[in-house]
Write a protein that binds this ligand. Structure first.
Ligand SMILES: Cc1ncc(C[n+]2csc(CCOP(=O)(O)OP(=O)(O)O)c2C)c(N)n1
Length: 324
């Protein structure tokens, strides 16, 4: 991708509008399962992905729509997947939390907290030992996941083998109802990198350019074979843990305070100051993307559900054909 400021802005707006629409559709009862909104965290996936090549990999989480969109996903196929339709990325059998597409380098979103970490480390091993290429893997996870064993084991392994993995902790201050300072032994999750002998960088996760710069450096190191980095992007979860969350664990005032720091409005201000964005251009961009999302909804609604007899297809692979 690269750092074209307007394209960073467009990506953030697309993520915002996709998740805002998904929330609306879920509340109307059109989408089954769960929706975990990425609203407020758009700068992270956008800033990171702008440094990635199409052949680089990512692993994602239950809050992964933004990761997919930033990696270049088609919102039509994403929306169809949320609806559980045959035309979706996983033929409707993955849903919001399990979208994947190997052709985009998306090794999977994951409903298991911290579940993407060993997958990313495994992909790092394959790049280093089998493919011997300069691809990298970005591994997204939350502050809650950084308290799981997979995080500690994964970082240790990646460091020992100097794997090209960039661990991106999206610290949005909450792990469902748990407030991060009450559940986590350190103030900065990035400081945990010391224990695994890798650089640890804390960055303002609501500043897309700061994220871009931190990711650029980490990705360049990884491509050169200098090993993994832990980036902690400090942000805030502006919506409930899932759509429908009564949010009894935090005050409305706290949420309101963080809305004032949300990443899109903040970046917009800079773009206006630089004369890159005007009111007309802004409206044009929002209208274009709104239209794209509306088209995606129409596509999803028109598509068919997978037939019941397909329930067990695509669930398992015949691994006898692989030579390990
Ligand atoms: C192994 C595991 N434990 C618990 C859960 C239930 N759960 C789902 S999301 C979540 C919180 C995750 O918090 P965090 O990693 O900070 O990500 P965030 O939701 O803030 O993006 C929990 C505990 C789960 N899905 N998997």
């Amino acid at each position: 991708m690269g750092m074209d400021l307007l394209s960073l802005y467009e990506t953030m707006v697309k993520i915002r509008l996709f998740d805002t629409k998904a929330e609306e559709l879920f509340l109307e009862g059109k989408i089954p399962g769960f929706i975990h909104s990425y609203v407020g965290e758009e700068a992270i996936a956008t800033g990171v992905s702008a440094n990635l090549r199409p052949d680089d990999y990512i692993t994602s989480t239950h809050r992964g729509h933004g990761h997919m969109i930033a990696k270049g996903a088609d919102v039509k196929k994403m929306m169809a997947e949320l609806y559980g339709k045959k035309t979706g990325y996983c033929k409707g059998k993955g849903g919001s939390m399990h979208i994947m597409d190997f052709s985009l380098g998306v090794l999977g979103a994951n409903g298991v907290v911290g579940g993407g970490i060993p997958i990313a480390v495994g992909a790092g091993m394959s790049i280093k030992l089998v493919k011997k290429s300069d691809q990298v893997v970005v591994c997204y996870f939350g502050d809650g996941a950084s308290n799981r064993g997979t995080f500690h084991e994964g970082l240790n392994w990646a460091s020992v083998y100097k794997l090209p993995v960039i661990f991106v902790c999206e610290n949005n201050m909450y792990a469902s109802t748990a407030y991060m300072p009450e559940t986590t032994s350190v103030q900065d999750i990035s400081s945990r990198a010391v224990a695994y002998n890798m650089p640890g960088i804390a960055v303002d996760g609501n500043d897309v350019l700061a994220v871009y710069e931190a990711a650029k450096e980490a990705i360049e190191r990884a491509r050169k074979g200098e090993g993994p980095t832990l980036i902690e992007a400090k942000t805030y979860r502006l919506k409930g843990h899932f759509v429908g969350d009564p949010e009894l664990y935090r005050s409305k005032e706290e949420v309101k305070k963080f809305w004032e720091k949300e990443p899109i409005g903040r970046f917009e201000k800079l773009l206006f100051e630089k004369g890159i964005l005007t009111e007309i251009k802004k409206k044009e961009i929002w209208d274009k993307i709104k239209n794209e999302i509306e088209e995606a909804v129409k596509f999803a609604e028109k598509s068919e559900f997978p037939p019941p007899e397909d329930a067990l297809t695509d669930m398992f692979i015949d691994d006898r054909k692989y030579d390990y």
